[in-house]
Design a binder for this molecule. Structure first.
Ligand SMILES: [Zn+2]
Length: 107
């Protein structure tokens, strides 16, 4: 599968752009780069039926965060407080910074 270049990182706050969670924001818990998907805290809950186990002898339904495709999420600029596009700039120390295209500040 083609890997989309994503500027998202763990613990980033993102805005969901489409789907049933559209407009909501959340923190990235996990990146799934091979699948181009992210798991966002408390969003896109999916219900999983679980088999009875020693810990949970009844079994039942567990709610768990599902993954969201990276193209359906955009970085939230803490300054602008909206989803923004970013550009990548190389810094003097060779690290990269993500610059908000709206307010020109590093995120
Ligand atoms: Zn901004």
């Amino acid at each position: 599968m083609l890997e989309i270049r994503s500027h998202l990182k763990k613990n980033d706050t993102v805005v969901i752009l489409s789907g049933k969670e559209k407009g909501k924001t959340g923190k990235i818990l996990k990146l799934l780069p091979k699948k181009n998907r992210i798991i966002v805290e408390k969003l896109q809950f999916i219900k999983r039926h679980t088999r009875p186990t020693n810990v949970n002898p009844q079994g039942g339904i567990v709610e768990k965060e599902g993954s969201i495709h990276v193209s359906n999420a955009a970085l939230l600029c803490p300054r602008c407080n909206v989803a923004v596009r970013v550009r990548i700039e190389s810094l003097d120390d060779k690290s990269k910074a993500r610059i908000c295209k709206k307010c020109d500040e590093a995120i």
